[in-house]
Design a protein around this ligand. Structure first.
Ligand code: XMP
Length: 321
């Protein structure tokens, strides 16, 4: 539309003016905001932008490919992927406390990102850091209400607080729906533009218990099935998100064919929300729940039970950790 096209035009002009003939770095998280911010800056300064994508090994099935293939194909952006899965797993070894997990993931993320930045600076000088800060983020960080302190949130891709950079924040005046429209205008894939929220600490906070490579593999498989079935049922735009949580330290008895099983439960946590501050549990159709349950218990080894979380927020939070 006219307004969206003019927002793009205006932001591109502003970015060009700010960055001049300098170079910029942008951390990509796989989410909408960093992708749209990067695409705008790419449109403005081309290959003087380098994007950094840290794969912390806590992503869902297919997410790395969405960034490496689909985003790059749509924008032609220079991308550096850092494969840091082993490092994150080692740092998380044996850790079960949710806040500990969040702190470790946040800390490691900054370290890996800073190393990637130093590697880039060794070749060319980068003076600018692109961030996908939205208007509500600007308002929220100015307000500083208590709600933000219930969990130590961090936005992967929105780091670090390194003052040697000048920030480029082309989404600062936009709301989420405008950001999505800008993304469409810039030709980004639907899968990125309409992606549901996914926490920075990723699957690390959806495994109740210590995070291991094997547990991640189980959760990734169960999550992929739930997402596939929700998409197939046309429910993606009706639900805010549907975390799948692996109760890794819990076992329950089951039966498969003639055999007793002793596996883990996974929890489906479908929620409806406007802004994630409050949420209601989504009344998913029984036939969709049945397909998800049947497929997960048949197809994912070690999962023999699927349970449904029917708690609103408050008192429950959306994520279990
Ligand atoms: P809670 O669990 O607090 O989640 O009800 C509210 C929303 O925030 C997402 N979430 C995060 N997003 N970094 C993020 O970028 C985080 O550390 C984080 N923790 C939770 C969650 O998925 C939900 O949409």
């Amino acid at each position: 539309s006219w307004t969206i096209a003019s927002i793009v035009e205006e932001q591109v002009a502003r970015i060009r003016e700010q960055v001049g003939d300098g170079r910029a770095i942008c951390g990509l998280s796989g989410g909408v905001d960093s992708a749209v911010a990067a695409a705008l800056v790419q449109r403005a300064i081309g290959d003087r932008l380098t994007c950094v994508f840290v794969d912390h090994g806590l992503l869902r099935a297919g997410e790395r490919g969405q960034v490496e293939r689909d985003f790059v194909a749509a924008t032609g952006v220079n991308l550096v992927t850092v494969d840091a899965a082993d490092r994150f797993l080692a740092a998380l070894d044996g850790v079960t406390d949710p806040e500990q997990k969040r702190k470790i993931i946040g800390r490691e993320f900054i370290r890996v990102f800073e190393q990637a930045e130093r590697d880039l600076q060794a070749d060319s000088r980068y003076d600018f850091l692109v961030q996908g800060t939205l208007y509500p983020d600007v308002v929220e960080s100015g307000g500083g209400t208590g709600a933000a302190n219930i969990k130590s949130h961090h936005n992967v891709g929105g780091l670090p607080e390194d003052l040697t950079f000048e920030l480029v924040e082309p989404l600062r005046e936009l709301f989420k729906d405008e950001v999505r429209r800008v993304g469409i205008e810039l030709g980004l894939p639907e899968t990125i533009v309409h992606r549901q929220p996914f926490p920075g600490p990723g699957l690390g906070i959806r495994i109740i218990g210590a995070v291991t490579a094997g547990r991640l593999e189980i959760l990734r498989a169960a999550d992929a099935i739930a997402r596939e079935e929700l998409t197939a049922a046309g429910l993606d735009r009706d639900i805010w998100q549907c975390p799948v949580v692996l109760l890794a330290d819990v076992h329950s008895v089951g039966v498969q064919g003639d055999f007793r099983t002793y596996g883990h439960p996974v929890v489906l946590r479908p929620v409806s929300s406007e802004d994630a501050m409050t949420a209601d549990w989504t009344r998913l159709p029984y036939d969709v729940l049945e397909r998800i349950s049947t497929r997960i218990t048949n197809e994912v080894p070690d999962v023999n039970r699927v349970v449904l979380d029917v708690t609103s927020k408050p008192p429950g939070t959306i994520e279990w950790e």
